[in-house]
Design a binder for this molecule. Structure first.
Ligand SMILES: Cc1cc2nc3c(=O)[nH]c(=O)nc-3n(C[C@H](O)[C@H](O)[C@H](O)COP(=O)(O)OP(=O)(O)OC[C@H]3O[C@@H](n4cnc5c(N)ncnc54)[C@H](O)[C@@H]3O)c2cc1C
Ligand code: SF4
Length: 344
């Protein structure tokens, strides 16, 4: 591991002023330090966010409001749940507010990793962790995500890799929270600069936050080296669920995952959002699966099955991961059933 300096800012302004392409923010450090030990990340300075205090505590989980229309007053949007960048996965999973208002997010946090990881890993760090591809994490191999020209995973071990959008890079997006937040239509608040009186930033919708390798293979999220995630705002969606299928019950990433949000009125699905996780380099919204549910009774099991079938149409599995198509179909069916069970 290369030597690095360690900074402990106590304000957002200090933290932002320290950041650069070689001075990286540290949340829990699970992914960043893992990459540094392997010489894949080479930070000259680790900027530890553990002691940063904002006007709202960075680990707060509480009631909030959406950003609202561009020409309206700030934060005049609908009621949401606000999850601070430093909230741990364990705190998100255990939050009664998250469990009640957006249970898919609590499911996703609870299903991730291990108790030890969940107690340390932060919301922002989870969203911004890098792919789990073993070739990416070993500098011995060429890899497009490290500026190389080939993808050794295509010819190599790709059993757990992407079955959609896998032409340039077949690594899957590793974040549980990303899948849930996409289905929930969340906003990621990114701070770009801070003055003593003003916090400048932008609210990026989860659907626009993630970057596919076709656009830029070197990053997975639309955030610049000098910016920080401050908060995630999550719309209320009590009829929502996140389900994943794993090889192991713990200590493992999802093989496939699905988050479903249902808007149920008079027993009918007025609207639906179905997000697929661990099957593409970015979490995907399945319009076809949502279309199969819209207008149907929330108890219509044939519609659940139709959504599951629709979700896998267009998959392009690689020779060693055809099984993931079947896994995904089963996972989507279970996630729709779980969300339906939560509808009043
Ligand atoms: C055995 C094991 C199993 C796992 N299983 C799962 C799983 O099933 N699902 C899952 O989702 N994850 C899983 N993980 C991954 C783990 O959840 C992530 O590594 C962790 O969430 C990263 O969070 P962190 O706070 O430690 O991030 P860090 O390592 O601190 O940071 C990750 C990245 O985010 C950046 N960053 C951190 N905070 C901010 C901020 N506020 N603003 C801007 N950038 C920031 C860092 O610079 C870095 O680039 C597993 C990990 C292990 C070890
Ligand atoms: S799958 Fe992506 S991250 Fe893995 S080797 Fe190929 S290009 Fe690199």
């Amino acid at each position: 591991m290369r030597p690095f300096a360690y900074a402990r800012p106590t304000t957002f302004a200090q933290a932002l002023s320290l950041l650069s392409p070689t001075a990286r923010p540290k949340g829990g450090g699970y992914d960043l330090l893992d990459l540094a030990k392997r010489d894949v990340a080479t930070p000259a300075i680790l900027v530890d966010l553990a002691h940063v205090e904002d006007d709202l505590p960075l680990d707060r989980i509480g009631a909030g409001r959406g950003a609202g229309p561009p020409d309206g007053p700030p934060n005049s949007g609908p009621e949401m749940v606000s999850v601070g960048a430093r909230a741990t996965l364990a705190a998100i999973a255990a939050s009664p507010l998250v469990q009640e208002k957006c249970p898919a997010l609590a499911d996703a946090a609870r299903e991730a990793a291990t108790p030890q990881v969940r107690n340390v890993a932060t919301a922002a760090g989870n969203l911004l962790q890098r792919p789990r591809c073993a070739y990416f994490r070993d500098p011995f191999f060429d890899c497009r995500k490290r500026g190389g020209t080939t993808c050794p995973a295509r010819e190599g071990v790709h059993d757990e890799m992407a079955i959609f959008g896998n032409g340039v890079c077949c690594a899957t997006h590793p974040s549980n929270l990303a899948t849930a937040l996409l289905a929930l239509g969340a906003e990621v608040l990114v701070v770009t600069s801070v003055t003593p009186k003003v916090v400048n930033g932008r609210a990026a919708r989860a659907a626009e936050f993630f970057v596919a390798p076709e656009e830029d293979p070197l990053r997975e999220a639309r955030i610049a080296p000098g910016e920080l995630v401050r908060e995630v705002r999550v719309p209320h969606a009590p009829a929502s669920a996140y389900v994943e299928v794993n090889q192991k019950q713990s200590y493992d990433w999802a093989s496939v995952a699905c988050a479903v949000v249902l808007d149920v009125r008079d027993g009918k699905i007025a609207d639906a959002r179905v997000a697929l996780g661990a099957v593409a380099p970015v979490p995907l919204l399945s319009k076809a699966a949502a279309d199969a549910l819209r207008g149907k009774s929330v108890r219509d099991e044939a519609a659940w099955a139709a959504a599951a079938d629709a979700a896998v149409v267009g998959a392009t599995p690689l020779p060693r991961n055809v099984h993931k198509v079947r896994q995904l179909r089963a996972c989507v069916g279970r996630a729709v059933a779980a969300a339906a069970a939560r509808s009043k």
